[in-house]
Design a protein around this ligand. Structure first.
Ligand SMILES: NC(=O)c1ccc[n+]([C@@H]2O[C@H](COP(=O)([O-])OP(=O)(O)OC[C@H]3O[C@@H](n4cnc5c(N)ncnc54)[C@H](OP(=O)(O)O)[C@@H]3O)[C@@H](O)[C@H]2O)c1
Length: 241
């Protein structure tokens, strides 16, 4: 859609990069966020023409400032994709308090920080599309991931609550729960563990980042205004409920 402005956090690689490309190709003005990998972000901008901003999505003030800068550069934000996320896996008896906090801040507080920064403007303009990237592991749980599963599960509740607040103002809020997608995050899983995971996916392979982007493009479209508070599971049939 020509002219609409979209922010994609964690947009310079992995699933976020695919989302940026898909939205750019659909005619949106896209701003990508990233956390620290400046070299990758520079390559991304060079190759795609999509500008990238660096800020920590876990930092409330930094999110507000980033939204101000992007608004000044591209215009008011119509679409927000909360995609940035990390894992810091450990079983409960080994997990450090910092690992818990880092994942909760980066994966869940980020949704509050970013939505808080764009919501007033969306309300005033009577239009908004917010998509939060959850996870199959927030739906089903996962050994060694109490922090990640709690944060992602929290995203799903957050989405349903905010959807109710936005509904009368033309703002939709939805979540996507990806299964295992072939990105750096999943490549970090030991090969023997990954083999067992793939064996449990009925489609018989990892997902592709572009297959998550497909869902985002669907949910942010102008004519998706009746879809709100939903979670779209894109997981190759691994978890159905
Ligand atoms: N891959 C999967 O199988 C899978 C499955 C379910 C859900 N997900 C979710 O999908 C989303 C994307 O995953 P991915 O696999 O594409 O991850 P990824 O390849 O590891 O990329 C993560 C992105 O998030 C950014 N980021 C990390 N911490 C940040 C912070 N504090 N502030 C701002 N940006 C930050 C990174 O920036 P830098 O490049 O600067 O580090 C990077 O752009 C995540 O929310 C993840 O939990 C992924």
């Amino acid at each position: 859609m020509d002219g609409r402005v979209a922010i994609v956090t964690g947009g310079t690689r992995g699933i976020g990069e695919a989302i940026c490309l898909s939205l750019r190709d659909a005619g949106y003005k896209v701003a990508a966020g990233y956390g620290g990998d400046a070299a990758k972000a520079a390559r991304f901008t060079e190759q795609t023409g999509i500008p990238a901003w660096k800020w920590d999505v876990g930092d409330f003030q930094a999110c507000a400032e980033a939204v101000r800068e992007i608004t000044a550069a591209l215009g008011p934000v119509d679409i927000l994709v909360n995609n940035a996320g990390i894992t810091r896996d450990a079983t409960m008896h080994r997990m450090k308090h910092e690992q818990w906090l880092e994942v909760i801040h980066t994966n869940l507080s980020s949704c509050f920080n970013m939505c808080n920064a764009v919501f007033d403007s969306m309300r005033e303009r009577g239009f908004g599309r917010i998509v939060n990237i959850g996870s199959i592991n927030g739906q089903a749980g996962q050994y060694g991931q109490v922090n990640y599963a709690a944060a992602k599960s929290g995203i799903h509740g957050f989405t349903k609550a905010l959807a109710q607040e936005g509904a009368a103002r033309g703002i939709t809020v939805n979540a996507i729960a990806p299964g295992y997608i072939d990105t750096d995050m999943v490549r970090a899983v030991p090969p023997n563990v990954l083999e067992k995971i793939v064996a449990r996916i009925p489609v018989g392979r990892l997902g592709r980042a572009a297959e998550i982007a497909r869902g985002v493009a669907f949910l942010v479209a102008d004519d998706a205004g009746f879809i709100t508070g939903s979670t779209l599971s894109i997981n190759g049939g691994q978890h159905m409920y």
